[in-house]
Structure formats: structure tokens, C-alpha cells
Ligand binder design. Structure first.
Ligand SMILES: Cc1cc2nc3c(=O)[nH]c(=O)nc-3n(C[C@H](O)[C@H](O)[C@H](O)COP(=O)(O)OP(=O)(O)OC[C@H]3O[C@@H](n4cnc5c(N)ncnc54)[C@H](O)[C@@H]3O)c2cc1C
Length: 362
């Protein structure tokens, strides 16, 4: 039996009953359909960079997707449309698109994992999300056993979420992207810290390679690039999402708690003269809070560990929980719960874990 710790970036996780590695899309479809027909429990595994697997492991079949291929499709002038097989390494794909002079994915440089997982939590960083470039996915649906194209709209992509993360079961076989064939210039820079690192204003366009280098530099200073020499990168990236809460719930927070409105302004209502508008029920405004700020202000700093535990907060980034060597999944989960409880008791805000939990809950 294979320990799943070998396949996860947190390096925790007990054995899988069965682990199948598949390297062609046809084989992936046949394998998955056979596993579904058996009625076994199943889990799709990409790069294991967004998973916390229990020490007891997984009683069922793990299907590790190792399919490869990037194909250019027909597109409008000035656009590049590509189909990428699910097992392609995400960061290698980003590097490839930049070499071709295609813009869109450059702020997402350095995110570990596979392309097939990119829609699952709508990966994002530095003012960009994959939803801005994703057109559709080639999907094998668990409920029907059918292969189908799901559009970006069908996927209901949101902040670190999608229909797939919320429970629509199946396997992403490939992802289609629409990029801008700019010949080497980036999309407008949309993140203040990235603009500062590049020495440009927000909204500027710069050479694609410059964006990639700046992003990789910023990320490695936070331990957010997988690096065998950096113990802070033995993580699942950010362990908590930034909480999105009704505005009313934030009134008791300290004034200096960072917050950003998340809902667009309601559209203006245009009515023919003389017509009386029906009363409109506007949703409660919601705001996004900084999970890192809440954790730090709850008294949990970088490098924090519970006594005797081999799990610790990264020494570079409060949001990452790391395995300092030989930690168990239970130790990671214990630290995560401690952070949740501290933040909740201090601020009344619940922190949601970002990684997918297998065989345990928080
Ligand atoms: C150092 C570090 C930095 C990170 N930085 C970021 C960041 O900046 N932004 C961000 O959004 N994320 C970040 N992450 C999280 C992670 O890299 C992404 O979520 C990534 O997309 C996970 O890909 P994966 O192939 O490793 O998925 P896995 O961990 O293997 O799987 C994650 C989930 O997706 C499912 N899945 C995987 N492949 C498929 C498929 N083909 N079909 C259906 N379901 C599938 C799995 O079953 C599981 O539920 C970071 C992680 C690390 C370790």
C-alpha cells in the first residue's frame, strides 16, 4: 500500500487501498468508469498541493492524473485558444504560454499542482483568477457517466470555489483557455504589491517575463513556491480562505481590520415614465476580511507551534500551515483547529479551510 504522504505537498496522509496512475486521456476515462462501476470510493489526485489526507489514509481507489498535452485550437485574431490535458503541470503551462507571447496566466505563475485542478478552487493570486481565462472543461460526470463540455458559467467559479469544490462529482479531463496573443505584453497589472515590485502603476502592461519573475520573487519570499530547500513550502499554500461575511458582522471588528467590499453595486433601474417600481430587495452588502490579519491579531504569529507539535505556522506567511518534519495529519488538523478557535473567540469570525480534507474534518 502506498502512503499518500508521498504524493502530497504537506507530506502527510496514510495509505491508499489502491493507487492507479494514468497517463493518457482515453486510459483515464476507461479507468474512472471501471472504478465507478465497481462502486468503490474514489479520489482524483493531481499534484497533491491542496489536500490534507488523514493518517488513516483512504479506503478506496486513488486515481493519479498524469496526462499530458497542450493543443492550440481555432481562435479569433489576436487570441490564443488552447486545450490542456488535466495532468499538465500548472506552472509549466504558465511558462509555456508566456514563451509563446500569450497573456492571461502570468500572475498565476508559481502555483503548484496540475491544470486539471485549476478550476476546482478557481486558483488565484496577485489580482488574477483562472476564471478570467478559462472557457470550458472537458468533464467526465459521475452522476451520468457522460463526457461533456462544461462552460465557465456552468462551473460557477467564485473566490476559491466552484461547482466542483461544492460537490459536483466527476473528473476534469482537460481545460480550455482563451488567452490574448499580445506578442509579449502582460494583461494590466491589477495588484498593488505586484505593481510596486515591478515599479509601475496599477493598470500598466509590462513584458510577460517581468511579471513572472516579479511574481516568483514575491511568492518565494513568502514560502509560496515549492522549494526542496525551503521548509516553509512544505504546506498546502494558504490554509484558510479570506472570510466573506455580511457587512453588519464586521462592525465590532477593530477599525484597522482590513476589509474589501465584494458585491458589485446594484445596477441602475430604468423604467418607462409613469411606471411605479416594485420594491427591490437588495442583498446585504458583504465584505472580504484578511484571514492573515485576523490570525496575527488573535495572537498567532509566524513560526507558532503548539507544544511538542511538528506542525507550525510558516515562518514567512501566517496563512500557511507547515509540516516541520514528520508531522502527522492529526497535528496539522490540531493546529488548524487551534487557529480557528482563537480567531473565533477573538473576533467571532469562522475561518474556512482552503485545502480539500480527506478522511478528517475541522
Ligand atoms: C506552496 C503552495 C502555494 C500555493 N499557492 C496557491 C495560490 O497562490 N493560489 C491558489 O489558488 N492555490 C494555491 N495553492 C493551492 C494549490 O496549489 C492549488 O489549489 C492547485 O490547483 C492544486 O492542484 P493539485 O493538482 O495539486 O490538486 P490536488 O491537491 O491533487 O487536488 C485538489 C482537489 O482537486 C481535485 N482534483 C485534482 N485534479 C482533478 C481533476 N483532474 N478532476 C477533478 N478533480 C480534481 C482533488 O480530488 C482534490 O479535491 C498553493 C499550494 C502550495 C503547496
Amino acid at each position: 500500500m502506498t502512503a499518500l504522504a508521498e504524493f502530497t505537498t504537506l507530506r502527510v496522509g496514510g495509505p491508499a487501498e489502491r493507487l492507479l496512475r494514468v497517463s493518457s486521456t482515453e486510459e483515464l476515462i476507461d479507468t474512472v468508469l471501471a472504478v465507478w462501476a465497481d462502486g468503490d470510493e474514489w479520489l482524483v489526485l493531481g499534484g497533491g498541493s491542496n489536500l490534507l489526507v488523514a493518517d488513516d489514509g483512504f479506503e478506496g481507489t486513488v486515481i493519479k492524473v498524469e496526462t499530458r498535452g497542450i493543443r492550440r485550437l481555432e481562435a479569433a485574431p489576436g487570441r490564443a485558444r488552447i486545450r490542456v490535458e488535466a495532468g499538465e503541470d500548472w506552472d509549466a503551462l504558465v511558462a509555456h504560454t508566456l514563451e509563446q507571447g500569450w497573456a492571461g496566466l502570468e500572475p498565476l505563475s508559481g502555483i503548484p499542482g496540475s491544470t486539471g485542478a485549476s478550476p476546482v478552487q478557481n486558483i488565484g493570486a496577485y489580482g488574477a483568477e483562472v476564471s478570467a481565462s478559462l472557457v470550458a472543461i472537458d468533464f467526465l460526470d459521475y452522476d451520468t457517466g457522460e463526457r461533456m463540455l462544461l462552460t465557465a458559467v456552468d462551473l460557477e467559479l467564485g473566490y476559491r470555489t466552484s461547482a466542483l469544490k461544492r460537490g459536483r462529482r466527476g473528473v476534469v479531463l482537460a481545460v480550455e483557455f482563451d488567452l490574448a496573443d499580445t506578442g509579449g505584453l502582460s494583461t494590466p497589472i491589477a495588484y498593488p504589491q505586484l505593481a510596486t515590485a515591478l515599479g509601475v502603476s496599477l493598470g500598466a502592461t509590462v513584458p510577460l517575463e517581468d511579471v513572472r519573475n516579479a511574481v516568483l520573487g514575491l511568492r518565494s519570499r513568502k514560502g509560496m513556491v515549492l522549494d526542496p530547500d525551503d521548509p516553509d513550502s512544505v504546506s498546502a499554500g494558504s490554509f484558510f480562505t479570506n472570510p466573506i461575511v455580511p457587512e453588519a458582522e464586521t462592525r465590532a471588528l477593530p477599525d484597522d481590520a482590513p476589509r474589501w467590499p465584494v458585491d458589485p453595486e446594484p445596477a441602475d433601474l430604468v423604467l418607462p415614465l409613469g411606471e411605479v417600481p416594485a420594491p427591490r430587495v437588495l442583498p446585504d452588502p458583504r465584505v472580504k476580511l484578511s484571514a492573515a490579519w485576523l490570525i496575527e491579531r488573535a495572537g498567532i504569529g509566524r513560526g507558532f507551534a503548539l507544544p511538542g507539535s511538528r506542525a507550525a505556522i510558516s515562518s514567512k506567511h501566517t496563512l500557511a500551515l507547515t509540516n516541520r518534519g514528520g508531522a502527522s495529519a492529526a497535528e496539522i488538523a490540531e493546529l488548524a483547529r487551534f487557529v480557528q478557535i482563537r480567531v473565533f473567540s477573538e473576533f467571532g469570525v469562522h475561518l474556512e479551510p482552503e485545502p480539500n480534507l480527506v478522511g478528517l474534518s475541522l
